[in-house]
Write a protein that binds this ligand. Structure first.
Ligand SMILES: [Zn+2]
Length: 143
């Protein structure tokens, strides 16, 4: 069966196919993270795995927020933020200060990229407008 067949698939697989549609040939997978914290605010993050990357997504967020999250993380990858020493420094400062503000410019850039990628892909189960709305919400966390 072709990997392009639109058979019913679970949410992780949908998100993985969505992110691959914009990141190829990068090796990126998606998995929900387990959390016992119902009020955990983190929606997702990116980490290296084997020769590629894994995006961890909060399973309790809406489908539009999950699509925005994986496209946001794809944005970080495609914009090579991980290779920027300024971004690494901002991550460190944020971790120390327990804020998000130092890495704001890179986060807002990734949010903008998420919308551009949403327009580019044909694999959304929501709409570009919904992804845009989630990106605007996310960007508002980084004054
Ligand atoms: Zn980010």
């Amino acid at each position: 069966m072709s990997s392009d067949a639109r058979e019913p698939i679970d949410r992780e697989e949908h998100l993985a196919r969505l992110v691959r549609s914009v990141c190829e040939p990068l090796d990126v997978t998606v998995t929900h993270f387990e959390t016992a914290l119902p009020d955990l605010v983190t929606v997702g993050w990116l980490q290296p795995m084997n020769q590629g990357w894994v995006i961890l997504v909060n399973p309790s967020i809406s489908l539009a927020a999950a699509e925005q999250t994986v496209l946001h993380e794809a944005g970080h990858l495609l914009l090579c933020h991980g290779e920027s020493s300024e971004y690494q420094e901002a991550l460190k400062l944020d971790a120390e200060a327990r804020t998000d503000h130092h890495r704001g410019p890179w986060e807002v850039e990734a949010d903008a990229m998420a919308v551009a990628l949403a327009e580019f892909t044909d694999r959304l189960q929501t709409t570009v407008a919904e992804v845009l709305e989630e990106s605007a919400k996310d960007a508002s966390h980084f004054p």
